[in-house]
Write a protein that binds this ligand. Structure first.
Ligand code: SF4
Ligand code: SF4
Length: 188
């Protein structure tokens, strides 16, 4: 299956909760609604959530554009919330990236990321079949969220603190190399 084949074939996938996608390269990108979920689940202020569990980065795309993002912190390439038993410590409040993966443009619409995901994920190709009609609203949700994020970046002059309503550490932030898909940015 190649990127975008989901539109005609759907996807066969059931997560086995192995935790493999919570490790390694790539980041969990956060959007303002993710911080709402984290605040409420962890019962912390927005600023405390950001200070304890996130970090700002900049993605360097092929066209030399730098894009700032807030991401979940990692310990040596492992998500800060991955428990020793392989389960997620914040399962009920985890970001939409984690809730909906791999049903997002970053994976289903991106050839290279999909290839990597299929390599590490034992749930791919097994279990339930998800039809194009089921996947379409999720793909549209993530596309819209990304568009709104980019609009907010422009509106706030690329000031990440303003978009999230928090104070962030001063720049420079880590710069990560990303790639551009046919449809949209992705650095997974
Ligand atoms: S790698 Fe696949 S099966 Fe394992 S936790 Fe991630 S999505 Fe689930
Ligand atoms: S928040 Fe949970 S599901 Fe998401 S990457 Fe971290 S451990 Fe995995």
């Amino acid at each position: 299956m190649s990127a975008n084949d989901w539109k005609t074939e759907g996807v066969t996938f059931t997560c086995t909760a192995c935790g493999a996608c919570c490790k390694g390269e790539g980041f969990v990108y956060l959007f303002p609604d993710d911080l709402d979920r984290l605040e409420s689940h962890l019962k912390l202020s927005r600023q405390d959530v950001v200070d304890k569990y996130t970090m700002p980065i900049e993605i360097y795309f092929d066209d030399e554009e730098l894009f700032p993002y807030l991401v979940l912190r990692k310990n040596e390439d492992v998500c800060i919330f991955l428990q020793e038993d392989g389960l997620c410590e914040i399962h009920e409040g985890k970001p939409r990236h984690c809730v909906d993966s791999p049903f997002m443009p970053e994976f289903l619409g991106h050839e290279e990321s999909l290839k990597l995901f299929k390599k590490i994920c034992p749930g791919w190709g097994t279990g339930a079949h998800h039809s194009p009609e089921e996947l379409e609203p999720l793909m549209a949700f993530h596309e819209k969220r990304q568009e709104e994020y980019e609009e907010a970046l422009e509106k706030h002059d690329y000031n990440l603190g303003k978009i999230f309503g928090v104070t962030l550490p001063p720049q420079p932030w880590p710069i990560i190399e990303g790639t551009l898909s046919d449809d949209e940015p992705d650095a997974s």
